[in-house]
Design a protein around this ligand. Structure first.
Ligand code: HEM
Length: 505
């Protein structure tokens, strides 16, 4: 059997190879450093990293893969731009041409579509992985905030791309999304305390019109192809710069037998500070791993794009509303909340609270333990709350995506959609406002007071102000299943209802 190393040596010593690569690479420490330092792309990395950063199960490669997908999306997106015209007349037919007339058109479109979904998914899980290894704690708090901004930009990039095929799926998903903007307090014409009209409110700014039409398509195209990618590049540059300045958070773990004895990494590192100084060269250790991860995801996407076509429904028809009309999957959780809350709450207040709450995590979490490795024992409260919120988000997405049928009624995934089924809204009633206010006061009061007495240490380490802020977010999160139960099991639509002020809870 010929060995692979012999084949590689034969290639490297061949005349053709030598005619291209004039100098042979000597594997010396100096050259390993130079490979990183003298390459404009690679010098995003440090020359050396701690061996702990190489463990795949530490980051799951999720940050790097998210960025790689962004690059792939940029390349495939620019290729698509050669064929696509953002006009109501042409957009849909250009999609058809891409599917049936352009060489490699379907592959290009499929890769762009599936990579976009995958990127949204990976960015969410990168955030979760950063959270679970406490990598948002000092000195990385600010980079976590930059990350949340990147998460928002990723959602918006994907959402603005959704409209471009100009099919039924596109315009109705975007109609659902942009109607939420019309419900914004103050700046939405249908929201509470509105100071605007449908001709100049937040939805109008997004669409250049009251309805999804030509001006909306052009705006979404410019946002999708120019403004949002530029914003992404700016924020991701800051993100990488901070990762570089703050160093990767990974820390060496105590040897296995010490871990079995229950020795904690923090204690062990205090006794063995030299372990933190041990480093290996980024070239080839980290770079080769990144290369393999990129190859693997490229292979998965290639296979996915060969086997499955990106959806394209009938030509957009503003007069034919599909029932149900669903937002893109990552926003379907918010659409699901519309069943339980007024649109201004579900579409504007809750998403804002989620984003602000995420950004506030590093500043609210005062527990210094666990940076650089997965640690649940010392972070029961924060890990519990994050896992709860993250799971709730996906449960709502699952219900909205797989279980909602005509009239936004619940259907089991295996049940056929019966368009004539009696609506579940029959029999819904509001709690009398007096009782509702009492219920809210009880929920808020008990929710604030009980944990203070049950978990005295927790309250003491937080202090009153942080405690209050944390509990507002926690009670907000638990309010969602409370409303789901009240509506589905007790037929209560609103706990309090003041329609004159558009305040229904
Ligand atoms: C498209 C968006 C994003 C890209 C391309 C990206 C990319 C990266 C990369 C390549 C790293 C270094 C390797 C790693 O830890 O995986 C990293 C680290 C980090 N990211 Fe992101 N990221 C994105 C979004 C986010 C989000 C949504 C958050 C949190 C809300 C976040 C927070 C962080 C933090 C705190 C670190 C430092 C982790 C450490 O040192 O262990 N990033 N990111």
């Amino acid at each position: 059997m010929v060995k692979l190393t012999e084949i590689a040596r034969a290639i490297r010593t061949s005349k053709i190879w030598k005619s291209i690569f004039r100098h042979t690479y000597q594997d010396t420490p100096r050259n390993r450093a130079l490979m990183i330092l003298s390459n404009v792309f690679l010098h995003l990395h440090p020359v050396k990293v701690r061996p702990a950063s190489l463990r795949f199960r530490y980051t799951w490669g999720l940050g790097g893969l998210s960025f790689y997908l962004f690059l792939l999306l940029t390349v495939s997106g620019v290729l698509l731009m050669f064929y696509y015209r953002p006009t109501v007349e042409h957009a849909y037919w250009d999609m058809k041409d891409l599917r049936f007339a352009v060489s490699f058109g379907p592959f290009m479109r499929n890769i762009h579509r599936w990579a976009a979904h995958l990127m949204v998914f990976l960015v969410m899980f990168h955030m979760a992985s950063v959270f679970y290894r406490s990598a948002y704690k000092p000195p990385r708090e600010y980079n976590w905030v930059v990350g949340v901004i990147l998460l928002l930009i990723t959602f918006l990039l994907s959402f603005t791309g959704y409209l471009l095929p100009w099919d039924q799926l596109a315009i109705w998903a975007v109609t659902v999304g942009t109607n939420m903007a019309a419900n914004a307090p103050i700046l939405g014409s249908e929201g509470p305390f509105s100071i605007v009209t449908p001709d100049n409110d937040a939805r109008f700014i997004l669409l250049g019109s009251k309805l999804v039409g030509q001006s909306g398509l052009l705006r979404f195209y410019v946002l999708h192809c120019v403004l949002l990618p530029l914003a992404f590049i700016i924020f991701v540059s800051v993100h990488f710069w901070r990762v570089r300045k703050d160093e990767f958070s990974a820390v060496p773990l105590p040897p296995a037998e010490e871990r079995r004895k229950g020795v904690r990494p923090e204690e062990w590192l205090k006794k063995n500070p030299q372990a933190l100084q041990e480093k290996v060269f980024t070239w080839p250790n980290l770079v080769s791993r990144e290369f393999v991860a990129a190859l693997a995801i490229t292979a998965i996407l290639t296979l996915w794009s060969v086997l499955a076509h990106a959806p394209l429904e009938g030509l957009a028809d503003p007069n034919k509303t599909p029932n149900p009309s669903k937002a893109p999957w990552y926003f379907v959780g918010l659409q699901e909340l519309l069943v339980y809350f007024d649109p201004w709450l579900a579409g504007v207040v809750l998403p804002t609270m989620i984003l602000v709450g995420l950004m506030a995590i590093p500043y609210l979490d005062s527990n210094p333990l666990g940076v650089g490795y997965y640690n649940f024992r010392d972070r029961k409260f924060s890990v519990g709350m994050f896992t709860y919120g993250f799971t709730l988000w996906f449960v709502l997405i699952f219900i909205g995506y797989y279980m909602r049928g005509p009239g936004w009624e619940i259907f089991m995934p295996w049940e056929p959609w019966d368009h004539f089924r009696p609506t579940s809204q029959i029999g819904l009633h509001n709690m009398p406002n007096g009782l509702g206010l009492l219920f809210l006061a009880g929920y808020g009061g008990l929710g604030l007071i009980l944990p203070k007495f049950l978990f005295k240490d927790f309250y003491k380490t937080m202090g009153p102000i942080k405690y209050l802020i944390v509990m507002v977010f926690v009670l907000g999160m638990f309010f969602v299943p409370a409303k789901i139960i009240l509506r589905n099991f007790f037929k209560i639509k609103y706990i309090v209802s003041f329609p004159d002020f558009s305040f229904n809870l």
